[in-house]
Design a protein around this ligand. Structure first.
Ligand SMILES: Cc1cc2nc3c(=O)[nH]c(=O)nc-3n(C[C@H](O)[C@H](O)[C@H](O)COP(=O)(O)OP(=O)(O)OC[C@H]3O[C@@H](n4cnc5c(N)ncnc54)[C@H](O)[C@@H]3O)c2cc1C
Length: 536
């Protein structure tokens, strides 16, 4: 029965980013955030001290991309993090029958033409209407003399580069928009690409806390929204005392009155929701044998004998590879795509038996069962309904238009979340955060809220060099504003700076489009809108 200016459903990063924007920009403090779970953060979920004090583990999101707004936030909040380098020397490749491949075998695998040839073939033959099963099968058919090891190496490559990266079934992944990711998994030195939690920080949990620090009291947990009614003069939101990511919308567990329109329903139906799970295992060296530990390795990949088992808990990540995690014996096994949906139905014991079986094949029969473990099941989690959205095979139709439709406002309801991102960041925490800020900015622009006239107090900060050259521009009573060289005209201090901020964003986004690792959407912080409410 309470009345708020804005009600936000879900305290994932999109919801938290929206709340943060509305409050920081001084638009309104009269906000309520309803979260279904008993915790905030959504699919960005750190278990602090899960196994050993000071060594957090990430159950959901684990890497941030450098050069993004989320990376900027991590730095602004002083959250500890570390880098990952994927290198040929630090990957352990194992074969079912013969154990670890020798350096020679490894380099044959990596350097031999068939892998490079497959990547080229995939690049040439991918198109919206062709899925990854078709590409693989036609390549196998055209190369009938491949050895089984070569064939399974391609399966392993596709598993790492497509099913884990996108969480999507091979039969339904848009090959045109995903082909470049194969190169990430080609087992050669891959340049610095991401920043994991690890080491005393657990960036995800710390960032969730940092985002919510100014409005923690406005968040109500254990409040699943079941109905949103905007028929009357005011929009009404009902909760029950049991869900809003794409997976949740797909399950229709929230009743919208009036119902969501056909375009929205079609978008919800046609954007894919993938799955990716982790089995995180800890061996306590004070009571267990750890002589088998794969010291010096960052990744382990088991190359199985059969196509059918190539994606069943065959990939492992070594947490020890991060600074400060020395002697912290944690391995995380990952699976993705439809294998992951299948495996999610196994019991904990069946799961650990399968994972341990693969580990023993690689590292020897003396690998003991872990002393502790965490198994995720994101598909059956009723508040996420999967791990992250992917570009489905849409019969030649550009799936970003579905994402735009999903983001569109319906009456007084504004949509956000990773799946609504149409700039190529969907499925990431960056998309979640950016969409929340955009949705909140749209609320502000909509005129729905009766707001006092804006007052602008430009606070000049550095524009990131990544966006172009740097110009020194005198402004703000002596402060210096470093501008991107492509921006013109330079904003005047008393003008409508919001409009100008938007044009800055547009310039950055357009210039960087398609370069997922380098995209920067950070210029919103250039100007702070302060104290929109009189007296604040
Ligand atoms: C295993 C895994 C690994 C990942 N790895 C990475 C990575 O390395 N890098 C990266 O950038 N991204 C990664 N991601 C993706 C990233 O975690 C998500 O894109 C991001 O966290 C999604 O944020 P969101 O706010 O859109 O949705 P969510 O985080 O899902 O937030 C939605 C919130 O709404 C709540 N909710 C649901 N239904 C209701 C309801 N009816 N009423 C009230 N509240 C409700 C949920 O509980 C949740 O808190 C990963 C995700 C997973 C699962």
């Amino acid at each position: 029965s309470d009345i708020y200016d804005v009600i936000i459903i879900g305290a994932g990063w999109s919801g938290l980013a929206a709340a943060n924007y509305l409050i920081e920009a001084g638009i309104t403090q009269n906000i309520l955030i309803l979260e279904a779970r008993n915790r905030i953060g959504g699919r960005s979920y750190t278990r602090e001290d899960a196994f050993k004090r000071g060594h957090p583990v990430e159950l959901g999101s684990g890497w941030i991309y450098p050069g993004t707004n989320v990376f900027d936030l991590v730095e602004k909040l002083g959250i500890s993090h570390d880098t990952t380098h994927y290198e040929f020397d630090t990957i352990g490749l194992y074969k079912n029958s013969t154990g670890e491949l020798s350096e020679d075998e490894k380099s044959i695998l990596v350097d031999q033409d068939f892998l490079k040839d497959f990547v080229k073939y995939a690049d040439k033959n991918s198109a919206n209407e062709v899925d990854w099963i078709e590409i693989k099968e036609s390549y196998f058919a055209e190369n009938p003399f491949m050895t089984n090891l070569e064939r399974q190496s391609i399966n392993a490559l596709v598993h790492a580069g497509i099913t884990i990266e996108f969480g999507s079934p091979l039969s339904d992944t848009n090959s045109e928009t995903t082909k470049e990711y194969l190169e990430r998994g080609d087992w050669r030195d891959i340049e610095f690409m991401a920043v994991p939690g690890g080491t005393g920080g657990g960036y995800t949990g710390a960032l969730t806390r940092g985002l919510a620090q100014n409005f923690a009291e406005k968040i109500k947990t254990n409040e699943p929204v079941v109905k949103v009614d905007q028929q009357g003069d005011i929009l009404e939101v009902y909760t029950s005392n049991g869900r809003v990511p794409l997976g949740v919308l797909k399950s229709s567990s929230i009743e919208f009155v009036p119902p969501l329109n056909d375009e929205k329903l079609e978008a919800i139906d046609l954007i894919g929701m993938g799955n990716m799970n982790k089995v995180i295992m800890y061996w306590d060296k004070s009571i267990q044998d750890v002589s088998w530990w794969p010291r010096g390795k960052i990744e382990l990949q088991l190359i199985t004998d059969e196509d059918s088992t190539s994606d069943e808990w065959t990939y492992f990540y070594v947490d020890e590879s991060h600074n400060g995690n020395e002697d912290y014996h944690v391995l995380t096994s990952w699976c993705g795509g439809d294998a992951c949906d299948r495996l999610e139905l196994l019991s904990d014991q069946e799961t650990i038996d399968l994972v341990l079986g693969n580990l023993r094949t690689m590292l020897g029969n003396n690998v003991p069962a872990p002393s502790e473990r965490i198994i995720t099941r994101w598909r059956s989690d009723e508040f996420s309904g999967g791990a992250y959205s992917y570009d489905a095979d849409t019969g030649g139709f550009d799936s970003s238009s579905y994402r735009k439709t999903l983001f569109e406002r319906m009456g007084n309801i504004f949509f956000a979340g990773e799946a609504t991102d149409s700039d190529g960041w969907h499925g990431t925490a960056v998309a979640a955060y950016t969409s929340g800020v955009k949705a909140a900015s749209n609320v502000e622009d909509s005129g729905i809220l009766e707001l006092p006239p804006p007052q602008f107090f430009p606070q000049c900060t550095k524009m990131h060099g990544d966006c172009g050259g740097q110009f020194d521009e005198p402004c703000c009573g002596g402060l210096s504003c470093v501008m991107d060289s492509r921006l013109s005209p330079v904003p005047s201090i008393n003008g409508d700076l919001k409009t100008i901020t938007k044009s800055i964003r547009k310039v950055c986004t357009a210039a960087q489009r398609g370069k997922r690792d380098r995209l920067r959407v950070g210029s919103i912080s250039m100007y702070h809108r302060v104290s929109r409410r009189a007296g604040d």
